[in-house]
Structure formats: structure tokens, C-alpha cells
Design a protein around this ligand. Structure first.
Ligand code: SF4
Ligand code: SF4
Length: 510
């Protein structure tokens, strides 16, 4: 064996095998037995396969697999084949093929995937998130602004235009997203109108494609939906589920829940021709199912996002975060799979639930289309956040946190140079490499998950050196998703829109 072309077929693999080849196992594989089968994961290339216990016993007997071993075991192919019947030899070759393309075996020192080439890092951001104001007409119990010292004034139209002009002119890339956030961005409607028009004009002149997006609490949609439709702004509405769940946390300053007003906003938006996306924050794991049902049955949505609540801002004081949280959330979240399967049985439609869709994509592909699940995450390389005062941050979630401020739009050097030279950016990019996060370096799921969110590490541990505070959630769900996918390969349909962004590497799992 002398070459390692990707998309290697079994027939070509077999043709290239020579009795003199040296086969060596890869150390550090993760083994997890269950009900007569064994899941094996190769962490550096995010490869996996499920074997019967007999097959894995056969490979262990041949010293091709060595659970728990930290050293390479090697054999000559001719020695492995010695004494085997033609049938067993064929079986052996098929196993060698599977082990090889899953990076669990090297042949003459070659690996199928080169981990150093598998995980490219985006150089410049494409997503620019502007906090038009930190003011809000709600007072949600988990709002991130809780303990931050944020600018009291809304963004000026001049600052908004300057940011848009500079990102279009100074940051390389053909496709960009301008996101309007806050606070409640519709409270600064002048900026939104002027910024949207300006972004469209400048992008057209620069030959770039711009997408405009807005995340809103929905309260002002009754007033502005027509305008948003005209400006071609994609709208996402935050709604936490049915009234009894939504009204627990998405409240007015008086403490009253906002469900009715948000629903009225959604109705107006749809009447004006908008197709809003929906985002719910789930704080109790038992709520995953009722919230998903609400999205489907009440809102008629087949695509939506469910995020768990995070330990940050106001939530630190207002909400409970118990010790069993990650385990309980994982078990609650996994029920979404059964819900989606049942929905598909009844209607023929596969739901698109973020990030269920993405995580299944991660099991099937080496591509990592979402910036938050890369290593390092997208802070500074895929996204920049801009405060209402024009300050520039590594990420939208870091707006207002001085440790991650790169400068101010009025005084900063060219933005591409700023990113290339900023110590803050370079340090974050280095520290958030999954192999540089101590807890993640030996984790079987490190290339499925990345090291988790820089911001969440900072909020929970006070530094960026830690793994995701919900680490255990990811450890549970990636393993459970694999077992479920092996038992029901149809689940790959749940990747939904991510299909467009990934190349499938593991077509027939198991
Ligand atoms: S955060 Fe946890 S699950 Fe994710 S890579 Fe790190 S150790 Fe693994
Ligand atoms: S800091 Fe968190 S939210 Fe921002 S890009 Fe990284 S993972 Fe995503």
C-alpha cells in the first residue's frame, strides 16, 4: 500500500495491499461496549464504527485492536494472514479496510485522513453582529445583559454605517451576514433602516452578497413587519414555548409574561409576508418536548432552534443551575429524536431541529458548518460582535466584555490587519484549540464537539482555558446519537438543511 486517495473503494484498497505491508493500530481509541456490540471512536479524525463483540474479539485476538493501549501494535500483513482460510482472509481484508478508512489503522505509516488537514480554520469572519441598542422592552430572567456595564445610548446611524462600510471594504470574503441584535434591535429602528439600505448598496457596489438578519423578541413586529419585509431582513423571533413555559422567563419589567404580545407579533409578521424563524431557550429539561410540540402544533413550524439556558448575565441570580443539569438536559434533549421520528411517521416530513440536525451531520461528515462547534470556535475567525458604542469584540456573545474588545470602530486600524495582529484574537484562537484545552485533549468527542463555547467557559470559570460547562451533555448525546443512528440509519434525514453544507463521509454507519 503506497497511496491514500480519499474515496478509496474496498476493491482499490485490496488491489494495493501487499503481504509485506506493515499494519499498525492507532493508540488512544475509545471503546464502548453495549448489548453485544462495541462502539469504537478515533478522536483525532472524528471517525467511528460499531462492531459485534465477536468481530472486535477477532480483531483484538489478531492484535489489530487494543483497548486501553497507549502504544502502537504492529504486524506484517503476511503474518496476519498466515494460516487463515480464504473466507477468513477475505473477512480480515474487509476489516482492515474499515479500520483503515476510519483512521484506526495505519499501513506503512500512512493514515487515510490527515488530521492536520481535516480541520481547516476560517481566516476572516463572514458574520457581523451589531448590537443596535442594549435597551429592551422586556426583562427576561436569563438575559445576558444582567451583569454587564453596557452603553446606555443606542448605536448612532453614523456608527452603524461606519461598521458596515468597514467590514465590507476591509474584510475579505464574498458573502457576508449583517445581524441586528441587542437588547431589542427594533427599538433602534432608524439604525436598522439606514443600516440595511446602506449594506445593500455597498455590497452591490463591492460585488458582495449580503444577508440581513434580525433577532427580536417579537413585541414590535406588529409595527415593523411590513418594513422588514421591504428591507428583505430575515427575522428570528424568540419564543420559549406555550404560555405557561414562555411566561416563566420572558417577562416584562413588571413580572408579567409576554406570550400574548409575542404571538400577536408573529401573527402580524406572517400577515405581512415574513416567514420568521423561531428560537426557544429551554431551562428545564422536561420542557424540550412540550416546547417542540408547541413549535410544530401551534406555530406550524417544521424548522426551529432549541437552546438550553446558560449560566450568564441575569440568569446567574435568577435561575437555578443544579449539579445534574448536563445529564438531565442530555436525556431530555434525546427525546426530541423520538418526537421527530414519530412526526415523520405521521406526516412524511422530517423536522429540522437545531442543533439535532447539526450533530447528526457531525457524525456523518468531517465538515463543521457551524462556527460554534469548531476548534477553535468561530470567535474572531467567523464572527465579530459590535457594541452600540462601536466597540469591536470577538463574538456577539462577548459584547461588553472588555477582555475581548479589539478596539473601537472610529480608531481601529484596517479590520483585516486588526484581526491578524490582535493579541486578544491570537490568544483566543490558540487557547480554544481543542487540544490546548486540558479537559478536551483526550476526549473521544473532541472533534465532534470542538472545545465548546469560549464565552461559556469565561462566564462559568472566569477564564478561557476550560471546556464547556455542559461538557457532559455533549459526551452523552454524541454517543447516544451514534447508537440511535446505527439502529435507525433513516435518522440521517434529520440533518435537514445542513445537507447542503457537508460532504457525507460515513454513508452507511455501523
Ligand atoms: S467540552 Fe467535553 S465533550 Fe466537548 S470536547 Fe471538551 S471534553 Fe469533550
Ligand atoms: S464564543 Fe461561543 S457563541 Fe461565540 S463563536 Fe465561540 S462558541 Fe460561538
Amino acid at each position: 500500500m503506497s497511496t491514500c486517495a480519499l474515496d478509496l473503494t474496498y476493491e482499490n484498497f485490496k488491489k494495493q495491499l501487499s503481504p509485506e505491508d506493515t499494519l499498525a493500530t492507532v493508540p488512544g481509541l475509545y471503546f464502548s461496549p453495549r448489548n453485544g456490540r462495541v462502539l469504537i471512536v478515533e478522536p483525532d479524525s472524528a471517525s467511528w464504527q460499531v462492531l459485534t463483540r465477536e468481530d472486535s474479539g477477532f480483531l483484538i485476538h489478531l492484535r489489530l485492536l487494543a483497548p486501553g493501549s497507549s502504544s502502537r501494535l504492529w504486524r506484517k500483513l503476511k503474518d496476519l494472514r498466515a494460516g487463515l482460510s480464504p473466507d477468513l482472509e477475505e473477512q480480515l481484508d474487509r476489516w482492515l479496510y474499515r479500520l483503515f478508512i476510519n483512521n484506526m489503522l495505519t499501513i506503512n505509516g500512512y493514515t487515510y485522513h490527515q488530521p492536520s488537514k481535516l480541520w481547516p480554520i476560517q481566516k476572516y469572519p463572514h458574520y457581523f453582529n451589531l448590537h443596535l441598542t442594549e435597551a429592551c422592552n422586556l426583562h427576561c430572567r436569563y438575559c445576558r445583559v444582567g451583569d454587564l456595564n453596557l452603553p446606555a445610548q443606542p448605536m448612532s446611524v453614523e456608527t452603524c454605517k461606519k461598521i458596515i462600510r468597514r467590514v465590507i471594504e476591509e474584510i475579505p470574503g464574498e458573502k457576508i451576514i449583517i445581524g441586528f441584535h441587542g437588547g431589542e434591535p427594533l427599538l433602534n429602528i432608524d439604525c436598522l433602516i439606514e443600516g440595511s439600505k446602506y449594506a445593500g448598496e455597498l455590497a452591490a457596489a463591492a460585488g458582495k452578497e449580503v444577508t440581513l438578519s434580525l433577532q427580536t423578541n417579537g413585541l414590535l413586529l406588529s409595527r415593523y413587519s411590513g418594513l422588514l419585509k421591504e428591507l428583505k431582513v430575515e427575522v428570528g423571533v424568540s419564543i420559549d414555548g406555550p404560555a405557561d413555559i414562555h411566561n416563566q422567563h420572558r417577562i416584562f419589567r413588571s413580572g408579567r409574561g409576554s406570550f400574548e404580545e409575542v404571538m400577536a407579533g408573529i401573527k402580524s409578521g406572517r400577515a405581512a409576508g415574513l416567514s420568521p424563524g423561531f428560537l426557544a431557550v429551554v431551562h428545564k429539561p422536561e420542557n424540550y418536548l412540550p416546547v417542540a410540540r408547541f413549535m410544530v402544533e401551534t406555530l406550524g413550524a417544521t424548522s426551529f432552534r432549541l437552546n438550553y439556558s446558560c449560566y450568564e448575565g441575569r440568569a446567574k441570580n435568577e435561575l437555578d443551575f443544579d449539579r445534574q443539569r448536563a445529564e438531565n438536559f442530555a436525556r431530555g434533549w434525546l427525546r426530541l429524536l423520538d418526537f421527530a421520528v414519530e412526526y415523520q411517521r405521521q406526516t412524511g416530513t422530517w423536522l429540522s431541529i437545531d442543533d439535532l440536525n447539526l450533530f447528526i451531520a457531525h457524525l456523518l461528515s468531517k465538515d463543521r458548518p457551524h462556527m460554534c462547534y469548531r476548534s477553535p470556535c468561530g470567535a474572531g475567525n467567523s464572527i465579530l460582535g459590535f457594541g452600540a458604542d462601536g466597540k469591536i469584540y470577538l463574538c456577539e456573545e462577548l459584547v461588553g466584555k472588555e477582555d475581548f474588545c479589539l478596539g473601537q470602530i472610529d480608531f481601529a486600524p484596517r479590520l483585516d490587519k486588526l484581526l491578524e495582529e490582535s493579541e486578544i484574537n491570537l490568544r483566543a484562537a490558540d487557547r480554544r484549540q481543542v487540544d490546548n484545552v486540558a479537559a478536551c485533549a483526550g476526549c473521544p468527542w473532541k472533534r465532534f464537539h470542538g472545545a465548546g463555547c469560549l464565552n461559556k467557559s469565561f462566564e462559568y470559570f472566569g477564564d478561557i482555558e476550560h471546556c464547556d460547562p455542559m461538557c457532559h451533555f455533549y459526551r452523552v448525546i454524541f454517543e447516544e446519537l451514534i447508537w440511535k443512528l446505527v439502529d435507525n440509519p433513516e435518522l440521517k434525514n434529520l440533518t435537514s438543511y445542513y445537507k447542503k453544507y457537508i460532504k457525507i463521509h460515513n454513508e452507511s454507519p455501523g
